[in-house]
Design a protein around this ligand. Structure first.
Ligand SMILES: CC(C)(COP(=O)(O)OP(=O)(O)OC[C@H]1O[C@@H](n2cnc3c(N)ncnc32)[C@H](O)[C@@H]1OP(=O)(O)O)[C@@H](O)C(=O)NCCC(=O)NCCS
Length: 181
């Protein structure tokens, strides 16, 4: 039994340790990390899954960053990193965090979510390669791993171009003042 909560500053080092153990060394060299540099994550969507036991062991983590897509700088969420502790994979912890994160993202007014990952896993949450075919990431990114999901009807219509690091005012410029990072 795990409980999902919003990440707090006290979670930081435990999360770093979990990410180090779940991902191959050099994870911060991935191009997705370039989009996160100097940008605050969307705090309300960064979640932890902890055991209900006395130690409240960290079993999983998910974070989301804001990004802007194309010339229009359409606001989007970048899902990830998401990880379950290596001893806890296959228990549904990843799915729990992804579904909860997406539900909160929809409620917060975000229109679309992008990630770099395996379609065979993320398709069950509605992510599709076909929706992201006209979106590009900084190299070296395997284009076949860029996946997208609309969070509102038509949320991916006409979304194309390179992804950009989020900058102040991106939400307001796109007419989405409700979006708070
Ligand atoms: C990917 C990850 C977050 C999934 O979380 P999880 O809690 O282990 O997964 P769930 O229990 O929700 O789902 C398990 C199912 O997903 C499948 N699955 C997991 N990773 C997969 C992948 N990369 N491709 C296809 N299927 C995958 C499992 O085979 C299992 O299938 P089943 O339901 O048919 O048995 C987790 O395995 C993990 O932390 N991996 C290492 C870090 C990582 O790669 N993160 C994602 C980066 S994009």
């Amino acid at each position: 039994m795990v409980t999902v909560s919003q990440e707090t500053p006290d979670d930081r080092w435990e999360i770093e340790a979990l990410l180090d153990s779940a991902f191959a060394p050099g994870r911060t060299g991935l191009s997705s990390y370039r989009l996160r540099e100097g940008v605050e994550p969307v705090r309300a969507l960064c979640l932890t899954a902890r055991d209900a036991d006395e130690g409240r062991t960290l079993a999983g983590t998910i974070r989301f960053w804001p990004i802007a897509i194309g010339e229009a700088r359409a606001p989007a969420l970048l899902l990830g990193p998401v990880a379950a502790h290596p001893t806890r994979q296959g228990e549904g912890i990843g799915a729990l965090l992804i579904l909860e994160g997406l539900e909160r993202a929809e409620a917060a007014g975000w229109h679309r979510c992008i990630l770099i990952g395996d379609e065979p896993y993320y398709a069950r949450f509605g992510f599709r390669r076909a929706l992201a075919e006209r979106i590009t990431f900084p190299p070296p990114t395997n284009p076949n791993r860029i996946l997208a999901r609309a969070l509102v009807d038509g949320g991916m219509d006409g979304i194309e171009g390179p992804v950009h690091r989020w900058r102040a005012g991106d939400g307001e410029a796109a007419g989405d003042p409700s979006i708070e990072t």
